[in-house]
Design a protein around this ligand. Structure first.
Ligand code: NAD
Ligand code: LMR
Length: 329
C-alpha cells in the first residue's frame, strides 16, 4: 500500500533558497524515496507570480513523488494541514549587516506564521526555521504556537556543521566520512562555536589529530563562523544551494533518525543542558530517535569551549531580550 502524502509548507518559496530546495523536496530527498509529498508554497503577493513559475518547472520535472503544489499569499492557508514547515522567507543579510540587524524586520514575519501553525498545522508538525536570525525567529514562531509542543520548533545550524566538516577534512586530508561527533554550539551567527574537542577522526580525538591550537582558534573557528559573510562577499548574495542542502539534511535526519555512532548539530529548545538557559533555541550535539531530537549528554566541556559556548548563548539571551522588548515573544 502506498504511503499518504506529507504536506510540506515552504515559505519564501520564490527566493533563491526556495529555488534550490523545492526540486530536492519533490524528488524525495527531504523525507525519503518512498514518501509522496504535497507542496504548499507561501510567498508575499508580489512574489506569487515567480512562485507560479517555479511550480511550472516542478510540474515539468514529472517527479513521481510530487502529488500537488498549492501557492498562497496567506500564512493561515499555507500552514493548513502542514506536517513539515520550512520557514525560509525572510530578508537576507546584505553586505556589512549583522544578523541581529534583521531582528526587527524579520520578527514581524514569524509571529503570524507561528499563529498560523498553531491554528491549522497537522498534529505532527515539525518546523525548521532557516530565515535569519534563525534561532530567534524560531523562538518568535514558537511563542505564538502554544498548542504545539515546543520541541517541534527548530532552527538550522546544519549548514555550519557541514562547513566545519569540510574545513576539518581539508586540514587533515581525510574524507568527510572519517569525521564523527562534531558539534556546532549556540547561535547561527558569528559567535557560534564549532567544537573539535569532542569530535573524532577515524576514532581519534579531532583536536588532538589537528594538534595546532593556533589553527583551531585563528583559522578554523572564524572560517566556519564567518562563512556566511564570506559567501555574501564572493557571490553578492547569501548562500543558497548549500543552505537548501543543509535544510534537507536536517529534516531527513529528524524524520528518519541519525546514524548509529554519530551525532549532528541542530538548534533546538534547551532543556537546561550544558548550562544553556531553558527555552532558548540553541545549537547542541543532537541525535534523532523515533522522530525526536535528543541532546547528547555527558560531554566534557573544557574551559576554552565553555567560554565560547557561553558567549554565543549570551548573544541568544540578548536577542531574546530584544524581541521581548519589541513585544514579539
Ligand atoms: P531571498 O531574498 O532570495 O528569498 C526570500 C523570499 O522570502 C523572497 O522570495 C521573499 O518574497 C519571501 N518572503 C519575504 N517575506 C515573506 C513572508 N512574510 N512570507 C513568505 N515569504 C516571504 O532570500 P534567500 O537567499 O532565499 O534567504 C532566505 C533566508 O534564509 C534569509 O533570511 C537568509 O539570511 C537565510 N539563510 C539562513 C541560513 C542558515 O544557515 N540558517 C543560510 C542561508 C540563508
Ligand atoms: C549563511 O550562514 O550563509 C546565512 O546565514 C547567510 C548569512 O547571513 O550569513
Amino acid at each position: 500500500m502506498s504511503k499518504a502524502p506529507v504536506n510540506v509548507t515552504v515559505t519564501g518559496a520564490a527566493g533563491q533558497i526556495g529555488y534550490a530546495l523545492l526540486f530536492r523536496i519533490a524528488s524525495g530527498q527531504l523525507l525519503g524515496a518512498d514518501t509522496p509529498v504535497k507542496l504548499r508554497l507561501l510567498e508575499i503577493p508580489q512574489a506569487v507570480k515567480a512562485a507560479e513559475g517555479t511550480a511550472m518547472e516542478l510540474d515539468d520535472c514529472a517527479f513521481p513523488l510530487l502529488q500537488g503544489i498549492d501557492i498562497f499569499d496567506d500564512a493561515g492557508k499555507a500552514f493548513e494541514g502542514a506536517n513539515v514547515g520550512l520557514l525560509v522567507g525572510a530578508r537576507p543579510r546584505g553586505k556589512g549587516m549583522e544578523r541581529g540587524d534583521l531582528l526587527q524586520a524579520n520578527g514581524g514575519i514569524f509571529k503570524p506564521q507561528g499563529e498560523a501553525i498553531n491554528a491549522g498545522a497537522a498534529d505532527d508538525i515539525r518546523v525548521l526555521v532557516v530565515g535569519n536570525p534563525a534561532n530567534t525567529n524560531a523562538l518568535i514562531a514558537q511563542s505564538h504556537a502554544p498548542d504545539v509542543p515546543a520541541e517541534r520548533f527548530t532552527a538550522m545550524t546544519r549548514l555550519d556543521h557541514n562547513r566545519a566538516l569540510t574545513q576539518l577534512a581539508k586540514k587533515l586530508d581525510v574524507s568527510i566520512n572519517d569525521i564523527k561527533k562534531l558539534t556546532i554550539w549556540g547561535n547561527h551567527s558569528a559567535t557560534q562555536y564549532p567544537d573539535l574537542f569532542n569530535a573524532e577522526v577515524d576514532g581519534a580525538n579531532a583536536a588532538k589529530a589537528v594538534g595546532d591550537q593556533a589553527w583551531l582558534e585563528n583559522d578554523f573557528i572564524p572560517t566556519v563562523a564567518k562563512r556566511g559573510a564570506a559567501i555574501i562577499e564572493a557571490r553578492g548574495a547569501s548562500s543558497a544551494a548549500s543552505a537548501a542542502n543543509a535544510a534537507i539534511d536536517h529534516v531527513y535526519d529528524w524524520v528518519n533518525g541519525t546514524p548509529e555512532g554519530d551525532w549532528t548539530s541542530a538548534a533546538i529548545p534547551s532543556d537546561g543542558s550544558y548550562g544553556v538557559p531553558e527555552g532558548l533555541i540553541s545549537s547542541f550535539p543532537v541525535v534523532s530517535k523515533n522522530g525526536e531530537w535528543e541532546i547528547v549528554q555527558g560531554l566534557e566541556i573544557d574551559e576554552f569551549s565553555r567560554a565560547r559556548i557561553d558567549a554565543s548563548v549570551q548573544e541568544l539571551v540578548e536577542e531574546r531580550d530584544t524581541v521581548k522588548q519589541l513585544g514579539l515573544v
